[in-house]
Write a protein that binds this ligand. Structure first.
Ligand SMILES: [Fe+2]
Length: 579
């Protein structure tokens, strides 16, 4: 039985994951510990957590995988950089820094295993290329024995898109696209033009898009060009010169992205929206156009992937796989009939993917078990939670589940906003009933209540529904399982006015289907709400306030105390304002 530790280090969304005998035992993002979004250093706390969950020490780990390979496409990188001697110097100094980072992996790990020498640790380390790690993160935890696989993001190891096929324990790479021809770069550049400058702001454009009309798709066709019967290329005149670099990381491990578009793009589409400038109908129409054309490009790539594999099942990962609106349309717009996307489809999933790649492609182990469960992070007992409450001198009531669910659902139907801290934290960007804030989806004012009491986020962004699996067909036009909130589906027209708080302006919802097997307590709570209201749905948003999702009971309690949340539930402990 092999034990593999996977790491995403010195890269956005640093993380760790551990696979033991084909089972994903634990996985977590380092930002949950450092409390800095997208933190990009060495994930020592995540590694320590994963080892503790598996009950193992580093000397018992067979392979330690880093989801990057500096040697990948080395010649091509150098060729691009030779266009600018200054950049060659910069690149060489970055290479040197990177080399020292990678060689420091063993030194960093030694703090967790003082009994092992640097040489012993180095002998365990494997570099697994970025997109191969993405492919593995999508295919191996899927329920499919055979599937087409797509990895699509901004860039990683000089690749932006990789197509492959998975067959049992084997993945074969079929095609890839070199940097800078990147759908992720296109979407990020357009996100910046629309006045959202931060790393990870792309979902704001996706949320804004339904307020506009896709009037500018024809202009965008000049920016990204589809290759008939193939893939796509960027028209580089619209982008910052690629040899000037893309993502960089500061000494405090924050992610920085320079302005990616050129003056030619502003000449084509108008001047960028400044921070704080109102969103006009033009901005909404442009967002709609970007989203529509991105979907068209993804479907175009998927048609090609289907053509070269002949398969009807597909697994997808990479930053662009976070586009839940596009994901929800795949079965209606391509020959693919089943789609699997992991809970951490973005770069945090690189740790998990690199571990899976090594497990099967290096160690030749039998196929891993399918994963529909994102609850792979930090967990706390009632005893630990009670001791934290006592220390903070916060009064709480400890209740059995039935009574607890009754109290929580009472609070929700009365317009309350509830912090719900239950079981292990989720791996990936979505709260799925482990670290969630809940509200009543039937209330037209729920969005305003949430924004007033906690979130204070842009009014155009929707909130998401968690729905009991058995009732999906009653409320949505598609019935596929969506365990990780990774797809947006149309809500049935007759149900839209019933659940206004989770119905986006275009009549869709980014749903989570909740099954009894995977999430028994969250299922029980939603079932209690159904018995009271007749509706098997709760509004579910992440448990945070402009910070990474809370990880510990102390962080949940702090968030509750500094906001106007009405109730906090941590396992069986209930805390209620004014009670
Ligand atoms: Fe990536």
């Amino acid at each position: 039985m092999k034990t593999i530790l996977g790491i995403n280090a010195y890269h956005a969304d640093a993380s760790a994951a551990i696979v033991v005998g084909g089972r994903l035992i634990a996985a977590t993002e380092e930002e949950r510990f450092t409390r800095v979004k997208h933190w990009a250093g060495f994930p020592l706390q995540s590694i320590s957590f994963c080892l503790a969950q598996a009950g193992l020490t580093l000397d018992q780990v067979d392979h330690i995988c880093i989801g990057r390979d500096p040697k990948a496409k080395y010649q091509k990188k150098l060729k691009l950089l030779l266009q600018s001697p200054l950049q060659v110097l910069r690149y060489l100094s970055e290479r040197l820094a990177n080399f020292s980072n990678v060689s420091s992996v063993a030194r960093q790990l030694q703090s967790l295993a003082p009994g092992l020498s640097i040489a012993q640790l180095e002998s365990k380390i494997l570099n697994i290329e970025h997109h191969r790690s993405h492919l593995a993160s999508a295919f191996y935890p899927s329920p499919f024995t055979q599937a087409a696989i797509l990895s699509i993001d901004g860039a990683g190891d000089f690749t932006t898109t990789m197509l492959g096929v998975g067959n049992g324990t084997n993945i074969t790479v079929l095609h890839d696209i070199d940097f800078p021809h990147s759908l992720g770069v296109f979407y990020t550049a357009m996100t910046q033009l629309l006045g959202f400058p931060h790393y990870g702001d792309e979902y704001k454009v996706m949320g804004l898009a339904p307020y506009g009309e896709p009037k500018y798709v024809d202009q965008l066709r000049k920016v990204v060009q589809l290759i008939p019967g193939g893939l796509f290329t960027l028209n580089l005149q619209y982008f910052r010169s690629p040899h000037k670099g893309y993502v960089s990381y500061s000494n405090d491990n924050l992610v920085h992205i320079p302005v990616l578009f050129s003056e030619a793009l502003t000449a084509l589409l108008g001047k960028p929206r400044a921070a704080g400038e109102p969103l006009t109908q033009y901005h909404k129409d442009l967002a709609a156009s970007v989203q529509r054309y991105t979907e068209e490009i993804i479907f175009h790539v998927l048609h090609y992937l289907h053509k070269i594999t002949g398969l009807t099942r597909v697994c997808i990962a990479g930053g662009v796989a976070q586009n839940s609106v596009a994901n929800g349309k795949i079965t209606r717009n391509t020959p693919f009939t089943e789609v699997y996307i992991p809970s951490a489809g973005h770069d945090a999933g690189i740790s998990m993917g690199s571990a899976y790649w090594a497990h099967h492609m290096v160690a030749g182990q039998p196929r891993s078990e399918a994963v529909f469960n994102a609850y792979l992070g930090a967990r706390y007992t009632n005893d630990q939670i009670e001791s934290i409450c006592k220390q903070a001198q916060v009064s709480y009531t400890k209740l059995p589940d039935t009574e607890l669910f009754d109290r929580v659902t009472d609070c929700l139907v009365q317009g309350g906003v509830v912090g719900w801290f239950n079981g292990p934290a989720e791996f990936g960007p979505r709260a799925l009933g482990g670290r969630s804030i809940l509200a009543d989806p039937l209330r037209a004012d729920a969005k305003d209540l949430l924004n007033a009491k906690i979130k204070r986020r842009e009014s155009f962004r929707p909130f998401a529904p968690s729905i009991l699996q058995e009732y999906v067909g009653e409320y949505f036009e598609l019935t596929d399982a969506v365990p990780f909130m990774e797809k947006v589906f149309p809500i049935r027209p007759d149900k839209r006015s019933l659940i206004p708080a989770v119905t986006h302006v275009d009549g869709t919802g980014r749903l989570q289907t909740v099954s009894k097997d995977v999430s028994p307590r969250y299922y029980g709570l939603i079932e209690a709400f159904r018995q009271k209201t007749g509706v098997p749905i709760l509004l579910n948003t992440s448990f945070n306030e402009n910070e990474p999702i809370v990880n510990t009971p102390q962080e949940a309690l702090d968030c509750y105390l500094r906001t106007s949340m009405d109730m906090l539930v941590m396992e069986n402990c209930l805390i209620q304002r004014g009670k």
